[in-house]
Design a protein around this ligand. Structure first.
Ligand code: NAD
Length: 331
């Protein structure tokens, strides 16, 4: 089998995870990176022994050796960069959210319809976690009866202070939704994958908790502590918090909340699916454990264990039970 040659655009926070993940795939070879910050791309190329470092996406697209491009740029570039990759006939793996608005997403889907030779995927990585897959197959095999309710949250604290700043605060870059688009879509994706339905109706309360923030005059790294002495005060226009009540087309009803201002919560992404016979609960911060709840017998804590998992979910895991697998592995 021919090895797939891969390029990565955007070598910031998530770009590193893509670089490391690609290097773990036996049939893929990471051959090039590019970033608008050329020095950063060069540094990554040196650190990871990546042979080519391009000045622009255009140069990367002209490289006939490259089969696949991973798009790890901020949200405002998902439409533009993905469009260019698809039109160049290269396969694509893009970061989430697909785009900033439904209109932008629709454009991309239409373009993919016209370019059926392009294989495409999006990095909703939590769905690849072995125990999320185990939940999916337990639901599919009828182990919890008919799924009826879904609830949970995704809480973080990285934007708690008014001195916390990132490109995600700017609606031009992030899009008109922040918390829901950034972390809420992960939550919805996982619940849709596990229950096998789509969310079709929503009502939401979205709130800006910190109305103004101090935007540093220098560039800020994602998830870093900001200590800028020079900043400008900017009005916040997107939600720090959101609560969503929803209905799915498979009859499941649910509720979740997301926040980037909950002190002490880092990536507290958790969800529970209640069925007519049993419930399942998973928290990504303790990714190797899943809780199963019953009315007519004792509840149990299930540990990720390839020997005992459903055959389908077993495909998503590789370490023996007891050796923790987590976020990077799922990706
Ligand atoms: N799947 C996940 O769990 C997950 C986690 C974090 C981020 N993300 C997604 O990844 C994307 C990037 O987020 P991040 O946190 O890594 O941001 P980041 O700011 O850390 O990195 C983005 C990189 O893109 C580069 N860039 C900006 N404009 C560019 C251009 N025109 N051409 C080339 N490079 C350009 C920046 O210089 C930076 O290095 C976002 O869409 C975000 O939603 C996904």
């Amino acid at each position: 089998m021919k090895k797939l040659k891969v390029g990565v655009i955007g070598t910031g926070y998530i770009g590193i995870s893509h670089i490391e993940t690609i290097r773990r795939i036996s049939f893929a070879e990471l051959v090039a990176v590019t970033d608008v910050n050329y020095d950063l791309a060069k540094r990554r190329a040196n650190e990871y022994y990546i042979p080519k470092c391009y000045n622009s996406l255009k140069d990367m697209l002209e490289d006939d050796e490259i089969d696949v491009i991973h798009n790890c740029t901020p949200n405002n570039l998902h439409l533009e960069v993905n469009e260019k990759i698809i039109k160049a006939g290269k396969h694509i793996f893009s970061e989430k959210p697909l785009a900033r608005t439904s209109e932008e997403s629709e454009k991309l889907l239409k373009l993919l319809e016209e370019n059926k030779n392009v294989i495409h995927g999006m990095n909703y990585n939590y769905r690849m976690n072995p125990l999320v897959q185990e939940m999916k197959y337990k639901v599919k095999n009828g182990e919890i009866g008919k799924p009826i309710l879904a609830h949970g949250s995704y809480l973080q604290d990285w934007l708690l202070f008014d001195t916390d700043y990132n490109w995600r605060i700017d609606p031009e870059v992030c899009g008109p939704s922040r918390c829901i688009a950034d972390i809420g879509t992960h939550w919805m994706d996982a619940v849709q994958v596990v229950t096998g339905g789509n969310i079709v109706e929503v009502v939401a309360d979205l709130a800006i908790i910190i109305p103004a923030r101090k935007k540093p005059k220098s560039q800020v790294e994602t998830f870093s502590i900001v200590n800028a002495s020079e900043y400008e005060e900017v009005e916040v226009k997107t939600e720090d918090y959101g609560a969503v009540i929803f209905k799915m087309d498979n009859g499941v009803r649910g509720i979740f909340c997301v926040s980037e201002v909950s002190a002490g919560r880092k990536c507290y992404f958790n969800f529970e699916i209640d069925g007519t016979k049993a419930s399942l609960y998973w928290n990504q911060e303790i990714a190797d454990q899943m809780w199963m709840g019953f009315k007519d017998r004792d509840n149990k804590l299930v540990m990720r264990n390839p020997i005992l998992m459903t055959p389908e979910a077993k495909e998503y895991t590789y370490l023996a039970a007891g050796h923790p697998e987590g976020w990077n592995d799922a990706m």
